[in-house]
Design a protein around this ligand. Sequence first.
Ligand SMILES: Cc1ncc(C[n+]2csc(CCOP(=O)(O)OP(=O)(O)O)c2C)c(N)n1
Length: 688
Amino acid sequence: MSSSATISAPIAPTALDELCINTLRFLAVDMVQKANSGHPGLPMGSASMAYALWDRSLKFNPRDPDWPDRDRFVLSAGHGCALLYALLHVTGFDLPLEELKRFRQWGSRTPGHPEYGKTPGVEATTGPLGQGLANGVGMAIAEVALGARFNRPGHRIVDHYTYVLVSDGDLEEGISSEAGSDAGHLHLDKLIVLYADNHITIEGSTELTFTEDRMARFAAFGWHVQRVEQSNDVDAVALALQNAREESGRPSLIAVRTHIGFGSPHKQDTAAAHGEALGVEEVRLTKEGMGWPVEPSFHIPEEALEHFRRAVARGDSAQTEWASRFKAYVQQYPGLAEEFQRVIDRRLPNDWDADLPAFRAADGPMATRVASGKVIEALGPRLPEIMGGSADLGPSTHTNIDGAGNFEPENWAGRNMHFGIRENAMGAILNGMALHRGLIPYGGTFFVFTDYMRPPMRLAAMDALPVIYVFTHDSIGMGEDGPTHQPVEQLLGLRSIPGMVVLRPADANETVAAWRVAIGRKKGPVALVLTRQGLPVLDLGSYPSIPAGVPLGGYILADSPEGDRPEIILIATGSEVHLALEGRERLATENVQARVVSMPSTNLFASQPDDYRGKILPTGVPLLVIEAGASLGWKSYVGAQIAVIGVDTFGASAPGSVVMQHYGFTVENVCKQAHAVLDRLKEKASCA
Ligand SMILES: Cc1ncc(C[n+]2csc(CCOP(=O)(O)OP(=O)(O)O)c2C)c(N)n1
């Protein structure tokens, strides 16, 4: 097959295919109409190609959505999730019709965009366009990496495809070029992307803004590209999918000419079909025009359901077949089989930390990035599942695992990844690797360039993915490269992502402890923020509180002679901890007794019980914070005289007024909080 083929055999779908496809279309239409919110256009236009994939080739088991060797399906165009929910329901996942009727409502399993962990069968949270495509690249990387580690001649226990459905928006986003380029370079031939080429985005025709030859672009990235002219031609889509699976050495893009809002007499092929309910009258006309009963809504013809539900038996037999292969594998390679199960469960091996270094003051000065590099070297042989690299800054970020080889087409067993200068895709690829399971992915760059990878970091936190970031050159202290390279607001920015643990260790020994936290965290990402410049090493003999203190986020590194009644507390993070220690000594000579609290992670400290935090920062003791970064955020430590009604978790899918109410944005709560503050102050005054 040439690199670009057009498949346009005019084959009409069978009546049953059509019935099934219309079932998906109208479930999506009814979901959006009932919620009076959502995106009907993409599901209506893409139902047939999704059906071709799910009915003819996707390997999945609705009764065991986590089966490790299932094919992965990512709906990168997350706004079209009504289609995904319809597919999950009809094929027999644990997603009752009731949930489809509660689309976008409070507490439903059918949120406004797919959310990983909320709906069985949803493989990734998507919505920010382009991320899902790069997640797919990460999943395909994980598949070949685990295959290289675990498959043996005659025993292919890791053998599945990754499918992604993208829209124009996904391909317009820059991340699609970063990820597409990387996937082509890596020859990820088990990655197959279906492109809903419907010529429409929110502002109108793609003629307004998106006129390059997408096929040529992906061909230039080294992809196998095909075009299907008729989206409703299920056989043509199925044939293209088959070609894509047979293609070796290249990922595949299949551009399918779809029609947004297909079947809607007034909205098909217009932006009006994109992001709002069709309207009662238009729904009626669409259903009538396509020979579909107007009532009842959420109609699922029996024959269609029966056909879709064959997925359960199909999935069961595919998984049973895999299980018997796995059984043979267990017999032949019991150790490897146990390892496979261990990494899929993300259990750590015994003694994973046996070689972690303990640094001595005599080893200093040492940059924390250098200490981190030594930790990675020590972890490499003991944790074969750690795999990662850097966005072309490896020599600076110290992210290489010595002797572990490069991950490249000639060596998919290599564990050192070269992401290229593609931070956004790096973040999303790490997410895809974590979503796949079986690996502990990490990635590094200069701290300031987290601005380029914030979207996937936010999603890593939202999905509670165990991804580790190694960010170096952590402050103005990095020096010569100047303000473009000197992070200032990045600490605050990352700390404010709910669920993100940011750790800025003060020295080499805190860095070891920080890595322990990162490896031990099974749910949620960890950002290690490290210095370029050398720092004194805090000897564990003089500072024995480090190993137990770092996981608590903040701890007493050096106390005042009076112990629990210091006159002032110096809170510092990272390189500034040394300044605080010096300050404490100087203050002592001036008869001021100070405590130094090292606070490598405000996030972890905030999650400690009140009594612990109260012991470290007793109420009423003045605080001086020393940190080379934006000061905003530290104000939350001022104590009882302040209250904040804010949003310190992620939001939720439901009508806006309902969400606001649940999050405490009500007059009642405002008054309650105001009284609480006043009462606290009154109490204080009366005690004085
Ligand atoms: C990063 C990002 N920017 C903007 C949006 C808002 N948005 C949602 S869909 C969309 C584009 C719609 O066009 P297309 O991707 O072709 O989807 P279709 O109209 O076919 O449903 C935009 C801009 C988003 N979801 N993510």
